[in-house]
Design a protein around this ligand. Structure first.
Ligand SMILES: C[S@@+](CC[C@H](N)C(=O)[O-])C[C@H]1O[C@@H](n2cnc3c(N)ncnc32)[C@H](O)[C@@H]1O
Length: 354
């Protein structure tokens, strides 16, 4: 299956474009992003007139402009503290060509309706900001050599560029689980290694020396990819639908080894954290426990937003409502069995070596 052609989030900001879980994850990394931007700004009093950043796998929904606004605020605040003028900010929004860029540009137009010369009115010291859409796979180069100061990517990098070649079938699993053969888990790891190394190599070419990068991806706490923890998302989905595989959640050790192997970056910070589904559901429902069941359906919608085009391409559109309704039910059943429901995330902050 060609991931570039079929993998994209659902268009628009409707029901199936629900991104609450990832939003909670991004909010947890706010401090890391701000620190990286602040360090970047402080590293050079003669900073270039424009801070050029890219958000890779930006999607088209409520989270799309979130990181851009964090960067603008951080560079504005740090410049102010340094008693210097803030550089202008250019934000390159990247996703696959099938992403709904129209929705982003319409939202931006509304935002820019409130701007003068790229500045949002009434926000003190705010620099001019300019936005560009960059369609294409982040496994390719996407940008000219040494053209970026800052790169961000959240919840896109665990998706593989293609399905791994499997020597054996995955025994009825759609993802790695305790019953997956060793050769299947090795094939997934090797595909992830190839993709992640290629990603680092491309970013090492486009980031300027000293440039910073913050990556957040779904991960796992253990080094064995077949433990139940990594199967929290896809286990219930496998019960609703058999025979589909496309994701690899790495461990912190795997990430550190690959960064070391590629050689162009130093790791400034690496952390692993849970995004708790119950907390998210409570946030959505104002702590009304009677509504929790309803939002299990919300979890199913969040996942649907990410993978509906893949499922539709593989099995046809007719099954979509039924499959995702069943998925919501499987999640509810697991919750009734008191299974811990959390999305494990890894954030790593890196500096491009000089
Ligand atoms: C789960 S969404 C995350 C969106 C947003 N960054 C967030 O954290 O809410 C993953 C996004 O990564 C994009 N994506 C996946 N593989 C990609 C690739 N190879 N190149 C560019 N974007 C990709 C998907 O299209 C999708 O919009």
């Amino acid at each position: 299956m060609d991931m570039v052609k079929f993998f994209h989030m659902n268009g628009g900001i409707g029901d199936a474009s629900y991104s609450g879980l990832q939003r909670m994850g991004i909010m947890k990394t706010k401090g890391v992003i701000e620190q990286a931007v602040s360090d970047l700004r402080r590293s050079n009093v003669n900073f270039p007139k424009t801070l050029v950043m890219a958000d890779l796998g930006c999607s088209s929904g409520p989270n799309t402009l979130l990181v851009g606004s964090m960067v603008i605020n951080a560079v504005t605040k740090t410049s102010f503290e340094m008693g210097l003028k803030s550089p202008e900010v250019q934000i390159n929004l990247n996703d696959l060509p099938t992403n709904d860029f129209n929705t982003i540009f319409i939202a931006l137009q509304e935002l820019q309706g409130n701007t003068t010369n790229g500045k949002i009115r009434d926000v003190p010291h705010q620099p001019s900001c300019y936005f560009t859409g960059v369609p294409g796979s982040f496994f390719g180069r996407l940008f000219p050599m040494k053209s970026l100061n800052f790169v961000h990517s959240s919840y896109g990098l665990q998706w593989l560029s293609q399905l791994p070649e499997l020597e054996e079938i995955n025994k009825g699993n759609i993802y790695l689980s305790s019953t997956s053969p060793e050769s299947v888990s090795r094939a997934y790891l090797e595909q992830f290694q190839k993709d992640f190394l290629g990603f680092l190599r491309c970013r090492s070419e486009v980031l300027m020396a000293g440039g910073r990068m913050v990556l957040t991806l779904a991960g796992r706490t253990t080094d064995d990819p077949r433990v139940e923890e990594s199967n929290r998302l896809w286990g219930p989905f496998a019960m609703a639908l058999q025979d589909m595989v496309f994701e690899f959640t790495p461990s912190p050790t795997e990430i550190m080894n690959l960064v070391k192997m590629e050689g162009s970056f130093t790791i400034d910070h690496l952390e692993i954290f849970d995004v708790n589904w119950e907390a998210w559901k409570r946030m959505k429902n104002g702590n009304d426990a009677s509504e929790l069941k309803e939002t299990d359906d919300g979890v199913a919608k969040a996942i649907r937003a990410g993978i509906e085009p893949l499922v539709a391409n593989h099995f046809g559109e007719a099954i979509l409502d039924d499959v995702f309704m069943r998925y919501g039910k499987c999640i509810t059943d697991r919750r009734s069995n008191k299974e811990n429901q959390a999305l494990v995330s890894i954030t790593v902050s890196l500096t491009r070596k000089m």
